[in-house]
Write a protein of this length. Structure first.
Length: 42
């Protein structure tokens, strides 16, 4: 599991290069909304 917090956020990248193949869920939580995106690494 990976978690990172930001005081202010504009853009970031997650490097899955060292992670094994599989299905990952990326969750972004803001004060107004929660976004969840499925990422498939083949």
């Amino acid at each position: 599991m990976f978690e990172q917090s930001y005081a202010t956020f504009t853009q970031d990248q997650i490097d899955l290069g060292v992670q094994p193949k599989g299905i990952y869920l990326v969750k972004l939580t803001t004060p107004q909304q929660v976004f969840i995106q499925k990422v498939v690494k083949e």
